[in-house]
Design a protein around this ligand. Structure first.
Ligand code: UDP
Length: 455
């Protein structure tokens, strides 16, 4: 979802503002919880053709998420080829745009003689890490997890070992690290990169001072979900409830489309919410004991997620009127845009972070997987719109810690400061996206190049 949603917005802009057509191919795992996909499908803008690629041959249920994504990308190449060829029978093809895992489809662009661009849906800081990784890796002795010096990338906050993506913390000789390194190398195999960020948030994005690549880089963000989601009675209920709450009084909690907590951690978070006595909207997923991204695994059933029996006994009743618990999925952009929301407890997925900033909402950063720990560091230290929660020596977040950080963001001068800073960034993001702004100009430039190449 974190890739599909910004791609849908990119496609919308290419169609609405730049006179191009767009066909958006997405990988629908046969067992993906359909509610999320249905909500995107229902909101894909006119003029954008949404095509589900056939589900790839099944992998063992233990296969990690990134391996599944790579497998889906490789398996889909013949279908991408077939669809791209059939598109050329009605209109010239201007470009193929891939995400960071779909670079294998680049061969199709080469065969058809069109450029292949990447739309990078994570921050510039991660892209910069990818671009530098081959050189960093060649010079590293030992394992990344044991490094005592942080990785320093130009213009980015230093990245400490414990903040690196999980795939860099495994043994460097492992397949998992090997495939991560090859994904990092793959980003240089395209003809240009669009990055979902903007200069006021990441000032050095693509400014050429990196010295590691000559690839054209275009900061075109923040591109987030701007269309209403499909109609869901639960979703109207949450907005009606928010309408009745005081301004800035509600804590919104969500760990993205894939994030999960263990049962013990879910219980502790529930108790922390009770301790804060804040109003809240919490999007809850069934706990997972094995992985922080358990909801990405396709073995779950919708009805499992709908049942909230895993919450502490009496929690829903005790907090009734003060809080809303929504199973699995919520209309996040509508919630963050609501004036009653005062803070966002987030896993720091890049879309969630951008959506929070675009609504001037400060964050409690609770990163779980992928590059989220780097994002959290950047949001706290560089952007100054978030405070991180800190785990104890066993990786557990106590209710006192969670409640304390939420209160710091909701109350007092520190929270007010972050709110002002988030509002400043929101204004700058809006400027970047409006006609004549840096991101709008960057996208217009790329779209112009594509248009002229096929006339
Ligand atoms: N999202 C949503 N409702 C939810 C959870 C997530 O609409 O209950 C959307 C959210 O607005 C964002 C995307 O799903 O656009 C999640 O992307 P992100 O990069 O934050 O995290 P990921 O799911 O990729 O880890």
């Amino acid at each position: 979802m974190g890739h599909l949603i910004p791609f849908a917005e990119l496609a919308r802009r290419l169609v609405a503002d730049h006179g191009l057509g767009a066909t958006l191919l997405f990988a629908a795992a046969a067992d993906t919880p359909s509610q999320q996909y249905a909500s995107v499908a229902a909101s894909v803008p006119d003029g954008v053709n949404l095509v589900a690629l056939p589900a790839p041959p099944a992998l063992p249920s233990t296969a990690p998420v990134r391996e599944r994504a790579t497998h889906a990308a490789v398996s889909s190449v013949p279908h991408v080829r077939e669809i791209a060829r059939s598109l050329t029978s009605t209109a010239p093809l201007a470009a193929l745009v891939v995400d960071m895992v779909s670079v294998p489809a680049r061969d199709v662009a080469t065969e058809l003689g069109v450029p292949c661009y990447m739309f990078f849906t994570s921050p510039w800081m991660l892209l910069s890490l990818f671009l530098h990784l081959p050189e960093i890796d060649a010079g590293l002795v030992g394992e990344y997890r044991d490094a005592t010096e942080p990785i320093r990338l130009p213009g980015c906050v230093p990245i400490h070992a414990h903040e690196l993506p999980g795939s860099m913390l495994v043994d460097r000789g492992s397949d998992a690290f090997g495939s991560f390194l090859s994904m990092a190398k793959d980003v240089s195999r395209v003809d240009g990169i669009l990055v979902n960020t903007f200069g006021a948030l990441e000032p050095v994005v693509g400014d050429g001072t990196d010295g590691v690549t000559e690839l054209p880089m275009h900061a075109v963000g923040p591109l987030v979900w701007t269309r209403p989601a499909g109609v869901n009675p639960d979703h109207s209920r949450v907005i009606r409830w928010l309408d009745q709450q005081p301004h800035g009084s509600v804590v919104y909690l969500s760990f993205g489309s894939g994030g999960t907590l263990t049962l013990r951690q879910t219980t502790e978070l529930a108790l922390a919410l009770e301790m804060t006595q804040c109003r809240f909207v919490w999007v809850v997923k069934r706990p997972d004991e094995d992985t922080a991204s358990g909801a990405f695994f396709g073995t779950r059933r919708q009805e499992d997620d709908d049942a909230l029996g895993f919450l502490p006994e009496g929690f829903v009743k005790r907090t009734s009127g003060v809080g809303l618990v929504l199973p699995l999925w919520a209309p996040q952009t509508a919630i963050l845009a609501h004036a009653s929301v005062g803070c966002f407890v987030t896993h720091c997925g890049w879309n969630s972070s951008l959506e929070s900033i675009l609504n001037g909402v400060p964050m409690v950063a609770w990163p779980l997987y992928a590059e989220q720990k780097m994002n959290a560091a950047m949001l706290e230290v560089q952007a100054r719109v978030a405070v991180r929660v800190h785990a104890d020596a066993h990786g557990f977040f106590s209710k006192e810690e969670i409640a304390g950080v939420i209160r710091r963001v909701m109350d007092g001068e520190e929270g007010a400061c972050m709110r002002r800073r988030a509002s400043e960034l929101r204004d700058k993001a809006e400027q970047a996206l409006t006609e004549g702004g840096s991101s709008a100009l960057a996208l217009a430039h790329v779209a112009g190049t594509w248009r002229s190449s096929c006339t």
